[in-house]
Design a protein. Structure first.
Length: 228
């Protein structure tokens, strides 16, 4: 049973989300402040953490920083509707996705399932060949990536998106394809998730021999991983 960690100071809201998630087959633990939430997330017993941005004391952004310092656990952020600054900062710090509040328990659960489908798709599968494109090597079943032999630390969503690009290396992949295959949902209007994650990937990967980034933006077509 997937264990979900809910970190939010709104006790009533968390209780509603928790009840719905448990009806849908999840196990839940609720924590109502950021410091305790970060400590709980780092225990390593959770499939995913749901983290609210607006909390007193250690807010969601600071809590995410603490989690990402030591853990790659998938993190779904809860942000105020229209608050692009917190949303983008959360993604840059390694959040896997976000849901704008107010949201329904059904929407939240669907987003959790989409993240877990991608991170756990290979569970129970046998060994698979390494996916190699130039200096990039990926082992999808083990969620491992290296660039020129050196490990690359990726969030679950960054890994998903890079895997999609690697499997289509040499041709542009549209943002809608990346959202469908990497995030598990259609691309929403004005959604900048893909752009922020790809910007982070560019920083984490090395450069090609000619000094270019291996991840290129193709005007009006999407993104392309260069096959070199």
């Amino acid at each position: 049973m997937n264990h979900v960690l809910l970190i939010d100071d709104d006790v009533e809201l968390v209780g509603m989300f928790s009840e719905y998630l448990e009806q849908e087959g999840f196990r839940t633990t609720c924590v109502h402040n950021g410091l305790d939430g970060a400590r709980e997330a780092l225990r390593g017993d959770y499939a995913i953490a749901i983290l609210d941005v607006m909390m007193p004391g250690a807010n969601g952004i600071e809590t995410l920083r603490r989690i990402r310092a030591d853990s790659r656990i998938p993190v779904l952020m809860l942000t105020a509707r229209g608050d692009d600054a917190d949303r983008i900062l959360g993604l840059e710090l390694g959040a896997d996705d976000y849901v704008a509040k107010p949201c329904t328990p059904r929407e939240l659960t669907a987003r959790v399932r989409a993240i877990l489908r991608r991170t756990q798709a290979a569970a129970g599968a046998g060994p698979a060949p390494v996916l190699t494109v130039g200096k990039l090597s990926m082992v999808p079943e083990q969620r491992r990536a290296t660039w020129d032999g050196a490990p690359v630390e990726l969030t679950s969503t960054e890994f998903n998106l890079l895997e999609v690009l690697a499997r289509h290396a040499g041709r542009p992949v549209s943002k809608n394809e990346l959202s469908e295959q990497g995030l598990g949902r259609p691309l929403a209007r004005f959604d900048r998730n893909i752009d922020v994650h790809l910007s982070s990937l560019r920083q984490k990967l090395g450069l090609l021999a000619d000094g270019r980034s291996p991840l290129q933006t193709i005007y009006r077509q999407g993104y392309q991983l260069i096959r070199d």
